[in-house]
Design a protein around this ligand. Sequence first.
Ligand code: 5BU
Length: 384
Amino acid sequence: MSLKRSNLCLSADVTTSSALLRLADACGPHIAVLKTHADIVGDFTARTAAALQALAARHGFLVFEDRKFGDIGHTVQMQYTGGPLRIADWAPITNAHIFPGPAVVASLEAAAAQVVSAAVCSRRTEITGGDDGAGRGDGGSDAEPASDPTGFFDAAVVPPPAAEEEYGEEHEHEDAATRARRAHLAAHQIAESPLDRSARKASVVSIATTISATRESLSTSPSALAAAGPASPESLAALGPPPMARGLLLLAQMSSADNAFTPAYTALCVAAARKHRGFVMGYVAQEGLNEVHEGEGEGENDNFITMTPGVALPPRGQEEHGGVTGDAQGQRYNTPWRVVVERGCDVVIVGRGIVNAEDPAEEAQRYREEAWTAYLARVRAHRP
Ligand code: 5BU
């Protein structure tokens, strides 16, 4: 965030892969996070995910799949790691409700740990084995995406012909990542998806299993910032690809009118977050929920990030007419200043305000400036 001077999350609520990738590429320089609803993208495949990861590494943003898990632990594990979307493979951030009980958090955490360790382990195996992936992953930029986002599919993930020829239906020809993934699926009794099978048939080498390994750093913690100051190609390159880590946001409050979230429920979310500080990175909420204790020995301070949807600015040039208050379907909007300075939120989530703009990149820049100005104002006033 500080490197890019951005606390903006773009909610890329579009229905095709090409629109998603085009938006991600155009707005990428202005955003810290890109939020997806993969299940509204009609042609979302592992290729879309891989292309998204390539863009995330190139522009230095994190991908947040707004899946809103809410089921028993066993089911959410399968939804997170399997099915047609394989969210855990490509989304460093996702979110969950805790209305089924706090076990949902522990279950997602265990699934994430397994996916991360399988990917890191398989990648290490590949590197040790000296495959052509050496030098990728940790800051590498193999298969540099083409400038046309729709062309990313081919450039980013389709392996060279030699690999295609080697690749067949037989499992013994699988690469290490695929074997690890298969073992993981077997351990969870999750069937290989049709997407996998067709991908294998099409000789696109284990896309779903190696995406993370090739597009995320093997490190599970962020690189130290190599440079301060505005983002530049050099400083972003020094940052490297996103670390191979997974984090969870708890849905503690919602933006929609007359929702059923009560203060008592929000308090349960805070309690669950505190029990899982290594996995829960924060909340989707309408206000900051951190408790900071003055002085030593007063208990562990909270350091959770608050990401806030329901944010919109008045149309450019019409600022004096006041803000947009909502849509016709219960959404309620606040300005970046209101949520960041007055309510203590950290990251503003903006969807239609940017997506429907004539020039989404220009509008993203406007939101970014407003939100970052508000963030600096709050931080400089030493407010939590
Ligand atoms: P909008 O176009 O800026 O209204 O989109 C907001 C996005 O944030 C959209 O993807 C919602 O699903 C998401 N959202 C929300 O609007 N309010 C909430 O409380 C939560 C998520 Br949680």
